[in-house]
Structure formats: structure tokens, C-alpha cells
Design a protein around this ligand. Structure first.
Ligand code: AHR
Length: 505
């Protein structure tokens, strides 16, 4: 499928990138994933067990392993989410057939046999070369339980717990660095007031020791949307004992949690609303960051946006407790726009996790038995690999058109310009308009450019287009050649509803 014809009706836009003005590092950890014990996020999605008929390596399905490796996933947050505050790590170690069966009370009241536990998660991280981010239990746990889990994970001496780890098959400590101290402690993580949680945070954090020199990065539970007071209180009372504080934001197309809107067959109302609501991330990140600045103007404490994405009604016919939804081109553009916002705030945002990696909410990958499909959002994360561990460049959006729908308008373009350590410039750019192609003139100042060595694009005929098991490559990345280079100015012709990535040398 091709959508890339020159179009005389294209609207004109003009951008200047100052390649000699580096603003902040775009950490690859902004491109993190989230895998919760929720529905088919783990079981069936990645973990099928060694005896499964589905081709697997040590119990992890091969197709999903390969897709995650190709995406260069930098980190994965686990085991929740709400599940984290009812998870007791000792349930998930030792011989699998001796592990207790619990009830996953948050997500569908299903039985959790604990066959996927600490060792299985950390082995997965090795197999896909990603950093683990472990959200630890505060809501129904104890400081001692958290401290002992850390010792089990990271101590290299001869303690009883370190030796238990060895008996369970792991000699060397894993050196887990990133931990969450509770999740949504204002809600499913314990329904706490911020005053209570701040005290509890300090108590728990006191016992998070750096065993055998393994440095920790502790993320306190933050809140969501415009709940700025929570963040301010946490910074004031516990900012000296954390390395990061979280922020969650979900795009609900209808803005109604009881009827969020479908993930398939929606109209332009819900396309526009979803795209428009994704822009709110900018306001929220800025608002929380401003409060953090009061106590931390140097920005030593990171903002960790460890849950974000679009949340729709469950896909028809699925268990509502499993949060399964389809993933359309609209959702891919919500991802590209959100990633641009997080990149823009990379002086403060140093880690983020889209919710969630497989089969849950805005997933990268959907599975059904032995079938697997990559979603349009997967392809956005693929395009945005160009920004991993690069420097954000200063940009002027000089003349930008608007996408207007009914009586509302939003800027039609979203973009990130970055520079890697070889001096190559990476540009990702999204055209939000479902109707109008955009011609974009990009002038690069401060660095002589020679050629465009890479051009890739994701586009579709309709914003509700999806990939299915029957038609898995309906939306996929194609080569993008619809540009011209004149000195230091690139002119792109972007089709409607598209996201492109360019590498400039
Ligand atoms: O991602 C689904 C759920 O959303 C998480 O478990 C929880 O933290 C949030 O409310």
C-alpha cells in the first residue's frame, strides 16, 4: 500500500532545527514497556511454558521474543500495576509445581499459579537485553518483605537468601537497579492520603539497601493528570530519599471512564478526541515538573511516566477484567505524539512505560494461541529507536497549520529532532490530519548536512485501520522517499495520518 504521492493540495509548514543547540539527553528509558500480571499480558502473551506446542525458548514464545528484541526494548516494568501491591515475591520462586496458587483480585479474579516469578522475569530481561524495573509491594507488604526481596536479588555474599537464590538456579546477583516503592498508592495500591504515603515511603525507603554495591533508583508512587499537590508533597517530604517520582496518564477518548469508546470502527469524533487528549500530557508533565522545581531546580529527581497510553472499552467478546483492546492508526499517532512530548521534557522525564507490552491496553503485540501480530503502536516504537540515548535539538516550529474539527483546532504537526553521538540527526514527524497532506520545509542550521540516509513511514487509508491475525501487515513501516534536499533544507511531503522517521547525515 502506498500513500505517498505528491499532492498539489498539500498545506505548507516551516520548521527550523538548530543542530548546534543540544537541550537534554533523550534517555532510551523513555521507550520502556510495562508487563503486568493482567489477563494475557504475561501468560499466553510471552510465557507459555517449556511444554507448550507454541515454539518457545525456555518457556518464552519465540515470535514475541524476536519482536521484542527487534524493538530494542530498554526496560520492562513488572509485576504491576495494581497487581504489584498484592504480589508477594516468595510466592514466585522455587520449583514451579510447589508454588502457591493465589487469586488475582484486581484483574478478573483469576487464579495466579505463580509459574512466572522473579527468575522467569529476570531471565526474560536477559533474553531481550532489557533492564528490569520491579514495582514492589507497599500496599499489602512490609518493609521487611521489600528489603528481603532486594537482598535475594542483589546480594553476592553467603546469606541465607542469597543461597536460596543459588538453590533456585541463579548464582550471580542480578543487580536490579530500578524499583518502584508501591504503585498508585492513592488508589489500588492502598487508598492512602499523600501525608500517610509520604511517611510510609520514607519508612520503606530506609530499608532499600544497596546490596553488594548495586546502586538503586527508587521511584515513588506519583499521581495522575493535574493532581499536582501530591507530587509537591512527596517532593517536600521525601524528595531526598527518591531518585524518581511517577506520573500516570491515560487517554480516554470520551473522557468518561464508564464508557471510554471502542477501539475499532470509530468515527472522526473519537479520532480527534483521542489525538487532542494525548496533547494534555504536555500540560501535565509541565505542571508536575514545575512543582518539583520548587524543591529540585537542578532536576536531580526524575519524573517517571510509568503508565501511559490510550484506554478504550474492552474488545467485544473478551473478559472485561483483562483490558484487551485493538490498536489502530489513531493509537499509533497517540504514541508518536506522546513520545514527542516526553522527549521534549527529557530534562525531567528520564523514564516512561507505555501500558502495556502484550495483549493489554495499548499493546505492542497481540497474540491468539500460536498467532502473533505487531500493532501500529509497535511500529511507532520501532521508528522512534532513532532517538534512543540522543540529544534533543532546539527547534522553532515557524509556520504550522492546524487540524480543525468542528469548532476545535490543534497544531497539525508533532515532531522530535535529535542528534546521536555520531552527529547524525534523527527526525520523527507526525501529520495528525486525517484529510490533508502536509508539505514541511525543514531548515537545519548549525551543522552542514550531506544526505538523508534513511526514510521510513507508517501511514494508513483510515484512522481506524488495524492489523489483524488474518492481515498482520496492513499497517507496517514502508520506505519513505517523498522528500527533496536543497542545501541544508529538506522538504517532505507527508500523507494524511502518518508518522515518518528520517536520518540526516
Ligand atoms: O495498566 C492498568 C492499570 O492502570 C494498572 O494496573 C494501574 O496501575 C492503573 O490504574
Amino acid at each position: 500500500m502506498h500513500f505517498f504521492n505528491n499532492n498539489a493540495d498539500a498545506q505548507q509548514n516551516r520548521v527550523v532545527i538548530n543542530a548546534d543547540q543540544e537541550l537534554s539527553e533523550i534517555s532510551k528509558h523513555i521507550y520502556g514497556q510495562f508487563a503486568e500480571h493482567l489477563g494475557r499480558g504475561i501468560y499466553g502473551g510471552i510465557w507459555v511454558g517449556e511444554d507448550s506446542d507454541i515454539p518457545n525458548t525456555e518457556g518464552y514464545r519465540n515470535d514475541v521474543l524476536q519482536a521484542l528484541r527487534d524493538l530494542e526494548v530498554p526496560n520492562v516494568r513488572w509485576p504491576g500495576g495494581c497487581f504489584a501491591d498484592e504480589y508477594h515475591w516468595k510466592d514466585g520462586i522455587g520449583p514451579a509445581d510447589e508454588r502457591p496458587v493465589r487469586i488475582n483480585t484486581h484483574w478478573g479474579m483469576v487464579e495466579e499459579d505463580n509459574s512466572f516469578g522473579t527468575h522467569e522475569f529476570l531471565r526474560l530481561m536477559e533474553l531481550i537485553d532489557a533492564e528490569p524495573v520491579i514495582a514492589m509491594n507497599v500496599g499489602s507488604g512490609t518493609p521487611r518483605e521489600m528489603a528481603r526481596w532486594l537482598e535475594y536479588l542483589n546480594y553476592d555474599g553467603e546469606s541465607t537468601l542469597a543461597n536460596m537464590r543459588r538453590e533456585n538456579g541463579r548464582d550471580e546477583p542480578w543487580g536490579v537497579k530500578y524499583i518502584g516503592v508501591g504503585n498508585e498508592s492513592w488508589g489500588c495500591g492502598g487508598n492512602m492520603t499523600v501525608e500517610f504515603y509520604a511517611d510510609l515511603y520514607r519508612q520503606y525507603a530506609t530499608f532499600t539497601k544497596e546490596f553488594s554495591g548495586h546502586e538503586l533508583f527508587r521511584v515513588a508512587s506519583g499521581r495522575y493528570d493535574t493532581e499536582y499537590d501530591w507530587t509537591e508533597h512527596m517532593m517536600q517530604e521525601a524528595g531526598d530519599m527518591m531518585e524518581g517520582v511517577s506520573l500516570h496518564y491515560y487517554v480516554i477518548p470520551t473522557a468518561d471512564w464508564d464508557a471510554k469508546g471502542p477501539s475499532i470502527d470509530f468515527d472522526e469524533d473519537l479520532y480527534f478526541a483521542g489525538i487532542q487528549r494525548s496533547l494534555l500530557m504536555d500540560e501535565y508533565v509541565q505542571g508536575h515538573s514545575n512543582r518539583m522545581d520548587k524543591f529540585d531546580p537542578e532536576k536531580n529527581v526524575a519524573m517517571v511516566v510509568d503508565e501511559w497510553g490510550i484506554w478504550t472499552d474492552p474488545y467485544p467478546g473478551t473478559n472485561p477484567g483483562f483490558l484487551e483492546q485493538q490498536n489502530s492508526l489513531r493509537d499509533a499517532l497517540i504514541a508518536s505524539i506522546t513520545l514527542d512530548i516526553l522527549n521534549k521534557h527529557s530534562d525531567r522525564v528520564r523514564m516512561a512505560n507505555i501500558a502495556q507490552m502484550i495483549n493489554v491496553l495499548q499493546a505492542m503485540i497481540l497474540t491468539d494461541g500460536d498467532k502473533m501480530v505487531k500493532t501500529p503502536t509497535y511500529h511507532v516504537f520501532d521508528l522512534y529507536r532513532i532517538h534512543h540515548d540522543t540529544q534533543l535539538l532546539h527547534t522553532h516550529m515557524m509556520e504550522i497549520n492546524e487540524y480543525s474539527y468542528e469548532d476545535e483546532s490543534i497544531p497539525v504537526l508533532s515532531m522530535t529532532p535529535s542528534k546521536n553521538s555520531d552527529g547524525q540527526i534523527g527526525i520523527t514527524i507526525t501529520n495528525k490530519s486525517p484529510n490533508t497532506p502536509q508539505s514541511v520545509e525543514i531548515e537545519i542550521r548549525g551543522q552542514q548536512i550531506g544526505n538523508l540516509s534513511e526514510g521510513r513511514i507508517l501511514a494508513a487509508e483510515h484512522f481506524a485501520d488495524i492489523n489483524t491475525f488474518e492481515d498482520p501487515d496492513r499497517l507496517t513501516i514502508e520506505e519513505f522517499t517523498n522528500y527533496s534536499l536543497n542545501g541544508n533544507t529538506i522538504t517532505l511531503e507527508l500523507p494524511p495520518m502518518s508518522v515518518a522517521a528520517l536520518r540526516v547525515e
